[in-house]
Design a protein around this ligand. Structure first.
Ligand code: GAR
Length: 216
């Protein structure tokens, strides 16, 4: 089987990267991780990845005066590893339109809200402030506009009256760890694909229902 070569971009603890690492070990999973790249040398996820035998690289944004120079180094690291699909997993750098266009249609991101609601920082706090009763997470293709772009898959979780940003984040994170491997498999296998600005295919209702937590 032709497994898609995936590069993961992280900035922090990398728990979504870990869930992708577990997923690619499953027989028949349509992707492999060929590199993990962090913009922060001290990202905890980087040491974890190296300790688990993954190829890692650091492209430290602080070492570059201009964002474009940082991004061209990042682009070189991705192409050197012959990456076909990029998964942003807690990668906390805004990207220029130029960089995004180079990877458009080949770069995914996970965001801790049911987009298009609650873009930007502290999505979970925004959800609590809005008083929503269902929250969740989204995997989407990256486009120049922040936290936008064609939605690949979403998972939903309930919001409790006594939730804090921390408890809601933890519940959403558990859903993220199911969602990202699912969404990457849809795209890497070709079961779902971009069509006119939306992602189509590979979304039977019974599969979607598995992404409600607790399960329906
Ligand atoms: C995750 O909750 C992810 O959805 C969020 O950062 C966290 C990273 O955790 N991403 C964003 O907010 C992007 N806008 P992780 O490092 O443990 O995967």
């Amino acid at each position: 089987m032709d497994r898609k070569r995936v590069g993961i971009l992280i900035s922090g603890r990398g728990s979504n990267m870990m869930s992708l690492f577990e997923a690619v070990r499953r027989p028949g999973y349509p992707a492999e991780i060929v590199t993990v790249i962090s913009n922060r040398p001290d990202a905890a996820g980087l040491a974890w990845a190296a300790g688990h035998g993954l190829a890692t690289a650091v492209v430290d944004h602080q070492a570059f005066a201009a964002r474009e120079d940082f991004e061209s180094a990042l682009h070189s690291a991705l192409t050197a590893a012959r990456v076909e699909l990029v998964c942003c997993a807690g990668f906390m750098r805004l990207m220029t339109a130029g960089f995004v266009r180079r990877w458009q249609g080949r770069m995914l991101n996970i965001h801790p809200s049911l987009l298009p609601a609650f873009k930007g920082l502290d999505a979970q706090g925004q959800a609590l402030a809005a008083g929503v009763k269902i929250a969740g997470c989204t995997v989407h293709f990256v486009v120049p506009e922040m936290d936008s772009g064609p939605i690949v898959a979403q998972a939903a979780v309930p919001v409790a009256d006594d939730d804090t940003p921390e408890t809601l984040s933890a519940r959403i994170l558990t859903a993220e760890h199911k969602l990202y491997p699912h969404a990457l498999a849809l795209i890497a296998s070709g079961a779902a694909r971009l069509d006119g600005g939306h992602v189509v295919g590979g979304h039977p209702v019974n599969q979607q229902a598995q992404l409600f937590s607790p399960a329906l």
